[in-house]
Design a protein around this ligand. Structure first.
Ligand SMILES: [Zn+2]
Length: 171
């Protein structure tokens, strides 16, 4: 490949600014990843060059380049891309690491992408009528409910009680 060659022939990390909608959506998903799995490097977008009738395919991949699941479908806005990119991230983490992500820390359940009030959210199925299904946080905002140690947090005691209740119910 010469510097003049416009089309890379190998899978490659999508350069900054090349797919801004997907990249902005992935930045939101990576915020959730950093809040919940800080030991994992941020996910990236890997582009596979066009082949035969197929155009370039873009995947959400681990930092090392491994990906699992479908390529991303084009989206007209970041809001529209968020659920697509979030599910692709889940597929890659599950397929490459055998890990359910993200998990609702109240109920210990893997969450799914859903829409609430027109916003894409992480949705937990809940554990019955007393603690029904709920939206945990908007995608990109898991950090707001997922700070294990935060000084001066008034609701800390509530969180502890809830944790204890969950443990009792799990027994
Ligand atoms: Zn939950």
């Amino acid at each position: 490949m010469t510097p003049a060659d416009p089309i890379p022939s190998e899978p490659h990390v999508v350069p900054a600014g090349e797919h801004p909608i997907w990249q902005e959506a992935l930045a939101a998903v990576n915020r959730d990843l950093a809040a919940t799995l800080p030991e994992l490097h941020p996910l990236c977008l890997i582009a596979w060059p066009p082949e035969g009738d197929e155009g370039e395919q873009v995947y959400v991949a681990l930092a090392g380049g491994d990906a699992h699941g479908s390529s991303l479908q084009p989206a007209g806005s970041v809001e529209a891309a968020l659920p697509v990119v979030a599910e692709a991230a889940q597929d890659t983490i599950m397929g490459c690491r055998w890990q359910v992500w993200p998990v609702c820390t109240l109920h210990g359940l893997g969450m799914h992408v859903a829409q609430e009030a027109g916003r894409p959210v992480w949705w937990c199925a809940g554990i019955g009528p007393r603690e029904p299904a709920h939206a945990r946080a908007a995608i990109g905002e898991l950090a707001t409910v997922h700070r294990p140690r935060r000084p001066n947090r008034k609701r800390r005691k509530d969180g502890k009680d809830r944790e204890e209740r969950r443990r009792r119910q799990g027994d």
